[in-house]
Design a protein around this ligand. Structure first.
Ligand SMILES: Nc1ncnc2c1ncn2[C@@H]1O[C@H](COP(=O)(O)OP(=O)(O)O)[C@@H](O)[C@H]1O
Ligand SMILES: [Mg+2]
Length: 297
């Protein structure tokens, strides 16, 4: 905040309205789903778009918890479904399931979206060739997202996914696979089949650069009628380590603390207190993981 800037003391009604604004503005509990709310992922979105536009290529969005993988892919699907309505987009959570269970669910859902007769896959031993046959039979462009891919624990299920990626690419089936998961899962997947490397692009999600963290925090606090002291902003930027989840938590709780004391200015004490709300796991991972701090956007 520029020195000497006088900020009016908010009234009770102002405070009530601003508390509601804070709840709407900061969403640490839910992924972002609209492009206008997604900060600093332009380069990653462009990279994903170029993979989707390249025949025979598929993507793996790789990053730790809270880096914004689900948010980025949600925004991408939102844009894709509006810009290219002829593409059918399907999204699933892997949830510790097998290749067969995941694909039974995805194929059933895709057939339903296309208004095609449903097939019962539960009792058949669904191989990667069966899946490829079903996808080709649909004769329509498909974009299929598998979120939380690291939850597939059985290596033979991962190998089946890798085989399928190769078969889909080799047979020019009009289906794009977007896998989303931890960096470890991306590496494991890449090693699952020798020729997957030709078809797969890993898109790493690193931390947001400082300029984007600043844009996010200052811009959103202003939306709630709040300003921030310079030293408080520096502390928030340092402690959040560029992790979108931490930015959301600090942004929200520092704002709530200031408003609870009827202030329009966020102080160092608010930021320090708000930081206690960030799950220690996130802080530890972002502080010690050099790949995370190597910002790529
Ligand atoms: N680019 C971004 N801009 C603003 N907020 C973000 C961004 N990416 C993620 N978030 C926020 O961070 C939190 C974690 O995001 P999420 O997409 O669930 O991460 P992941 O899937 O990697 O665990 C959510 O509260 C989401 O709203
Ligand atoms: Mg996620």
């Amino acid at each position: 905040m520029p020195p000497g800037n006088a900020v009016a003391i908010p009234t009770k009604d102002d405070i009530r309205a601003r508390l509601q604004d804070v709840e709407k503005t900061f969403t640490p509990g839910t992924p972002v789903s609209s492009l206008t709310e997604l900060v600093g992922r332009e380069a990653s979105l462009r990279e994903l778009l170029s993979v989707v536009a390249s025949p025979g290529r598929h993507a793996f969005i790789a990053g730790g918890r809270g880096t914004g993988k689900t948010s980025m892919v949600s925004c991408f699907l939102d844009c894709a479904s509006r810009a290219a309505p002829h593409i059918t987009c399907v999204r699933t959570n892997c949830e510790n399931s097998s290749f067969k269970a995941i694909w039974s669910k995805v194929l059933r859902r895709t057939l339903a979206l296309l208004g095609m007769a449903s097939t019962q896959f539960d009792n058949v031993d669904l191989s990667c060739l069966d899946v490829e046959f079903e996808l080709a039979r649909m004769k329509t462009p498909l974009l299929i997202v598998f979120d939380n891919f690291e939850e597939i624990l059985n290596p033979s299920d991962i190998v089946q996914f890798a085989n399928l990626m190769k078969v889909i690419s080799d047979n020019a089936v009009d289906t794009k696979l977007i896998l989303v998961g931890s960096p470890g899962a991306a590496t494991q997947f890449k090693r699952a089949h020798i020729s997957v490397q030709r078809h797969l692009q890993i898109i790493p999600l690193a931390g947001l650069p400082p300029v984007k963290v600043q844009e996010f925090l200052v811009g959103r606090w202003r939306r709630c009628g709040l300003e921030i002291m310079d030293d408080a902003l520096s502390l928030a930027m340092e402690l959040s380590c560029g992790l979108p989840y931490s930015c959301q938590v600090v942004g929200k709780h520092a704002a709530l603390l200031a408003l609870s004391q009827k202030r329009s200015v966020i102080t160092v004490a608010d930021v320090a207190e708000a930081m206690k709300q960030v799950d220690e796991h996130f802080l530890l991972v972002s502080a010690i993981n050099p790949a995370f701090n190597k910002r790529n956007d």
